[in-house]
Design a protein around this ligand. Sequence first.
Ligand code: SD4
Length: 355
Amino acid sequence: MSTRRKFLHSAALGSFGTLLTKRLAAATPQVAVTGRPVVISTWDTGLAANKGAWEVLSRNGTALDAVEAGVRITESEINCCVGLGANPDRDGHVTLDASIMDHQWNCGSVAFLERIKHPISVARRVMEKTPHVMLVGEGAQQFAIAEGFPLEPAGLSEDAKKAYKEWLKKSEYKPVINIENTKSGKEGHGPHNDLGASGPWAPQRLPNGDWNHDTIGMVAMDAAGNLSGSCTTSGMGFKMRGRLGDSPIIGAGLFVDNEVGAVTATGQGEDVIRICGSHSVVEYMRQGLSPENACKAAVEKIARIKKEKAKEIQVAFIAINKKGEVGAYALQKGFSYAIKNNSEEKMVEVKSFLP
Ligand code: SD4
């Protein structure tokens, strides 16, 4: 990090109190979309995923079907940062987490799932076909196989093999989550399918071999005005074996309250879990904050808890409220989300707490 950036970071943390006492109402929402249907999803991979969701939404399909279909596209990308092609844990295994929630408080999730291509669809089956909300590890895999999901071959994608080999040289667990802006001008660094998401927003490998992100979270409102959300991830690269992040935890990585709004999170899962992040954002919206300001309030809470360490992590939330307004906020610069509705399809750069 340049000296100037270091200075800006510490200056930001030094004037922490001032930043926190700024009135939330003073901030203007970046995008306020009214009208439905609408879908938003985290990061550049959201562009392609939104197209999948839109196929469903534009034909009057449900938000639930849309958020499942959308993130399945990202899970299918070989050599990318979310599904089976992603970086492994520190023992060399790819383990996947996912969650889904509809407009009627139904929810399902899987975690520590290996060798299954579409964890999001297994999460939906957990929701619809079991009396439980969450299945993990071997049991989740057993359930998936019983439900007809193929068991994929063990092993890593070519990209992940290289990254793992590199990582093993030092074997240090040092997550670097998207502190640098993905829109850095380094075009086309990520491998993609033919559905979009290339160019300046493309996922990039960081110097430590990790991806600048490894999750997609999506929330949508359908033509009937109902909300749903999904979140799927390989978790943080080179994590401890058995580690779960926020993504499969309802209330942390994802939360939907059809009377208020739908929210999903990305970034350092441990810190999202600590404050029940997505649930908190929904509750801030219930108190009357706009989606952007509600996300901001949750990010500020994490920053307050982390103090000096806030500069070492990234956390971001995206939200839709019941009016179909959307917003987002991040701890660090460099986070973006993809939006699609009847009038627009684009990436939105998100405001951040730290400069
Ligand atoms: C996790 N929240 O496993 C995820 C990581 C993430 O972009 O969002 N990365 O903690």
